[in-house]
Design a protein around this ligand. Structure first.
Ligand code: SF4
Length: 573
C-alpha cells in the first residue's frame, strides 16, 4: 500500500504514514491540493514556516499508461497567494511511485541549505554547501556524477535561493535534460525551507501495485493507438509545441509587443517549421524527444547550436510566444539562450518572459533587444536589482516600473494565448484557482467541436468549466496535457480506456463520469482554500486592458460578461 513520506526539515526527520481514506482516490494535483487544504493555513506567509511543499505522482504513475508520469508540486504560492500546483515532466513521479510513495511532504525549515536523498532504505540529509553559487545545469550534473545515471534529481537555482516569486523547481529527465515545475514561484517556497536539492533513487524497488495486469495491457494498447490517430498529435511529434506559433499567429492570438498585437510580422522566424529546418542541419539536435519514459508523443526537442552544443531541451510554444513575439525578439537562437538562462537561474520562462515585455514597455530595455534581455536574466544569479525584479515576474515588474498594462491574473502572468481571440481560454485565465495558466483548461476549437467559436462572447463559461475539470483530473491522474487533450477530443471513447486503466490498478468499478467528477472535486478543494485565503469573484478578472483595448486584425476585445465568468463556479464548481 502506497504511503505518504513526511520530511521535517527543522528536525531532520522523515516518517511514513498511511494515506487517509478520504485522499485515497487522489494522486498528483488532487493529493497536493487536499494536503495543503488540510495542513496549511490559507492566510499564512507563503515563504514562512507554516507553508508546506508537497510532491505527488499521479494516480497512474509507474504504470505503462502512456505519458502518465507528471509530478505535481503543490504549496501556497508566493506569486498568486493562493493554492498552487505546478507540474513537470521528467523522471521524478515514476521513481517516487516505484518507491511506494503517494506523496512527499516537506515541512519546517532547515537550519542551512540542505540536500536530501530518498531511496528504498530511507531518507538521508546532508549539507548542500557544495552547490552554493552554481546554476541548475551544474548542480544537476554534479548530482548525476555523485549518484549515477539512474537517479532523478531536482534542485532550485539562485532565484529559489533568493526566494524570488517566479522561481521554479528543476527536475531531470531520464537522459538528464531539465524539465521544470515552473509556475507560481514554488522554487521560492523550496528556497524558504533551505531545501536545495533532492535525489530520488528507485533502484531495487517496484511497489506499483496493479490488480488486473491484462486489463491494463489491453486498455493501454487501445489508448496508444487512439491517441496516435489524433489529428494534432502528428504535428506535435514533428514540431513539438512550437507548431502552435503559426496557429495562434494565423488566428491573431499570438501575444506580440506586450499583448498590444495578435500577430508578429516575423513569426516565421520563431515558428516550429523554422525550428525544424534549423535543427535539421545541427549536430546532436532532435525535434522528437521524450521527457519521460513511456511517452508516445515525444513533443520535446533538443535545441543545439551550429556546433552541436546543447542550448536547451526543450523549447516550448509558451516560451517562444512570451520571450519571442511578446518581446519582439525574432531570433530563435536568442529565445533558446534566454530559455537556458531561465532554467539555469531557476525561473519560470512565462512569468519572466512577460516581465521582460512589461519592462520593455516601461522603457527599461529596448523592444527586441535579446542581448539586454539575456543579461537581465543572467543577472539574477548575482542578485542584481533589476534582475531580481524580473525574477519576481510580470506583476512586480509592472508595478515597480509604473506600467499600466500588466498581463496577469491573481499575480501570475498569462501563458501565451490572447484572451481577446481565445475567449474560453480567457475565462479559464480569469477563474482558475491556479491563476492565469493554459494548463488549467485550454479551450480550443477543432474537429471534435465543430460548432464552437472561440471569439463568441457567450457560451465560453461552460467550455471553460468542462476543461478546467478535465485538466484538474488529468493532473490528478498524472497525465501529460499533450495526451489529455486528444483523449478529451476523442469524445465518448478513449476516456473510457483511461477509466479502465484506473480500474485495473485499484480493482474498483468506476462511473462513466469519473474523470469530470474527479476534476470537479479537486477544483472544489482549491476554491475552498482560496476563499479562506480571502479570494472573491473580484479576483476572477482579466486585466482591464483586455476588455478596453483592441488590435488588428478584427479589433477584438474580451467581452464575455462578468456574470458569465462568475457562472463557472456558481454551483459548486
Ligand atoms: S508529450 Fe511532450 S510533455 Fe508530454 S510526456 Fe511526452 S515529451 Fe513530455
Amino acid at each position: 500500500m502506497a504511503r505518504i513520506l513526511r520530511i521535517n526539515l527543522s528536525a531532520s526527520t522523515a516518517t511514513t504514514e498511511d494515506v487517509p481514506e478520504a485522499w485515497k482516490k487522489f494522486g498528483g494535483r488532487g493529493l497536493t491540493s487536499s494536503i495543503l487544504e488540510r495542513e496549511v493555513p490559507p492566510t499564512c506567509d507563503p515563504l514562512g514556516v507554516e507553508n508546506k511543499l508537497v510532491w505527488a505522482p499521479g494516480i497512474l504513475a509507474g504504470t505503462a499508461v502512456p505519458c502518465s508520469g507528471r509530478i505535481s508540486v503543490g504549496a501556497k504560492s508566493p506569486l498568486t497567494k493562493g493554492i498552487k500546483e505546478a507540474n513537470s515532466g521528467g523522471a521524478m513521479a515514476q521513481k517516487l511511485a516505484r518507491l511506494g510513495l503517494k506523496a512527499v511532504i516537506f515541512e519546517g525549515k532547515a537550519a542551512e541549505p540542505t540536500s536530501i536523498k530518498i531511496d528504498k532504505d530511507g531518507v538521508r540529509f546532508s549539507k548542500a554547501s557544495a552547490y552554493a553559487g552554481l546554476g541548475c545545469y551544474a548542480i544537476l550534473e554534479t548530482l548525476r556524477k555523485e549518484h549515477g545515471d539512474t537517479i532523478c534529481a531536482a534542485c532550485i537555482g539562485p532565484a529559489g535561493d533568493q526566494q524570488l516569486s517566479a522561481a521554479s523547481i528543476q527536475f531531470t529527465t531520464p537522459d538528464f535534460h531539465i524539465r521544470v515545475a515552473a509556475r507560481g514561484g514554488l522554487g521560492a517556497v523550496m528556497g524558504s525551507k533551505n531545501l536545495k536539492t533532492v535525489v530520488v533513487d528507485d533502484a531495487g524497488s517496484n511497489l506499483v501495485l496493479i490488480k488486473d495486469k491484462q486489463k491494463l495491457k489491453e486498455n493501454v494498447g487501445i489508448l496508444t493507438k487512439g491517441v496516435l490517430a489524433n489529428h494534432f498529435v502528428g504535428e506535435l511529434r514533428k514540431l513539438g509545441t512550437p507548431a502552435i506559433v503559426m496557429i495562434t499567429q494565423t488566428a491573431g492570438a499570438l501575444p506580440t509587443k506586450n499583448y498590444s498585437m495578435g500577430q508578429f510580422e516575423k513569426a516565421e522566424k520563431i515558428c516550429g517549421e523554422h525550428m525544424e529546418e534549423l535543427l535539421k542541419g545541427r549536430p546532436n539536435a532532435e525535434t522528437e524527444h521524450h521527457c519521460m519514459n513511456g511517452c508516445i508523443i515525444s513533443c520535446s526537442n533538443v535545441y543545439t547550436d551550429d556546433k552541436g552544443e546543447l542550448i536547451v531541451s526543450g523549447i516550448e510554444y509558451e516560451t517562444i510566444a512570451l520571450i519571442g513575439s511578446n518581446c519582439m525578439i525574432d531570433d530563435l537562437d536568442s529565445v533558446a539562450r534566454i530559455n537556458r538562462a531561465c532554467n539555469d537561474v531557476g525561473v519560470d520562462t512565462m512569468d519572466v518572459g512577460s516581465a521582460l515585455a512589461v519592462a520593455m514597455e516601461g522603457g527599461l530595455l529596448p523592444w527586441g533587444d535579446a542581448a539586454a534581455a539575456l543579461k537581465l536574466v543572467e543577472g539574477i544569479a548575482q542578485g542584481k536589482e533589476d534582475s531580481r525584479m524580473i525574477g519576481c515576474g510580470a506583476k512586480v515588474t509592472g508595478e515597480k516600473l509604473g506600467v499600466r498594462r500588466i498581463p496577469h491574473v491573481k499575480g501570475q502572468a498569462l501563458s501565451g494565448y490572447d484572451p481577446r481571440i481565445l475567449k474560453g481560454v480567457g475565462v479559464t485565465f480569469a477563474t482558475s484557482p491556479q491563476g492565469a495558466d493554459h494548463t488549467a483548461g485550454l479551450v480550443l476549437p477543432g474537429p471534435h467541436d465543430p460548432t464552437y467559436s472561440p471569439v463568441a462572447s457567450t457560451g465560453q463559461a461552460a467550455k471553460s468549466q468542462f476543461m478546467q475539470s478535465w485538466m484538474a483530473a488529468a493532473d490528478t491522474l498524472g497525465l501529460c496535457m499533450m495526451i489529455a487533450m486528444p483523449i478529451m477530443e476523442s469524445g465518448p471513447g478513449l476516456h473510457l480506456n483511461v477509466i479502465a486503466c484506473v480500474e485495473a490498478l485499484s480493482g474498483e468499478k468506476l462511473e462513466e463520469k469519473y474523470i469530470c467528477n474527479l476534476g470537479r472535486s479537486v477544483l472544489e478543494i482549491e476554491r475552498k482554500f482560496n476563499q479562506a485565503a480571502g479570494f472573491t469573484n473580484a479576483d476572477d478578472r482579466l486585466p482591464r486592458f483586455f476588455v478596453e483595448e483592441s488590435y488588428a486584425p478584427g479589433a477584438p476585445v474580451f467581452d464575455v460578461k462578468e456574470e458569465e465568468v462568475d457562472s463557472v463556479f456558481k454551483s459548486g464548481t
